[in-house]
Design a protein around this ligand. Sequence first.
Ligand code: 4NP
Length: 140
Amino acid sequence: MVCLGNICRSPLAEGIMQHLADEQGLDWEIDSAGTGDWHIGQGPDRRSVRTARQHGIDISKQVCRLFSVSDFDTFDHILVMDKSNLSNVLAMARNDEDVKKVELLLIDKIVPDPYFDDAQFEPVFKLIENGCREFIARYK
Ligand code: 4NP
């Protein structure tokens, strides 16, 4: 799960996908990262932590890290939140195999950045949850 800062959207996406995968008994390894380095080593944004908690998901222990080329080797799917994340990640792809792993979580639309608008965290949670449910239906 990849976004820009790895403190708002992708930590939610990691927590939600892990929660849903656990519920379905899927032994999936899920992680998140950002393409920007401002928040490395920090926990998720408190608004994301609170929104997740309201839905029974604890993301407070996550630690922000930078997306790295080695993620293409570690993971089968790289799910990005918006088109800027998409181009940043694709710019790091080494070959067609890497490129094929990358897709927008919501396929035909983006998960907007809620960083500057507190009211967007709940709608963003729902968008991500729907995307995760659809992903699980496709790949489980
Ligand atoms: P995210 O949101 O990409 O969903 O984690 C952002 C968090 C921080 C910044 C931008 C977006 N920032 O510029 O610090």
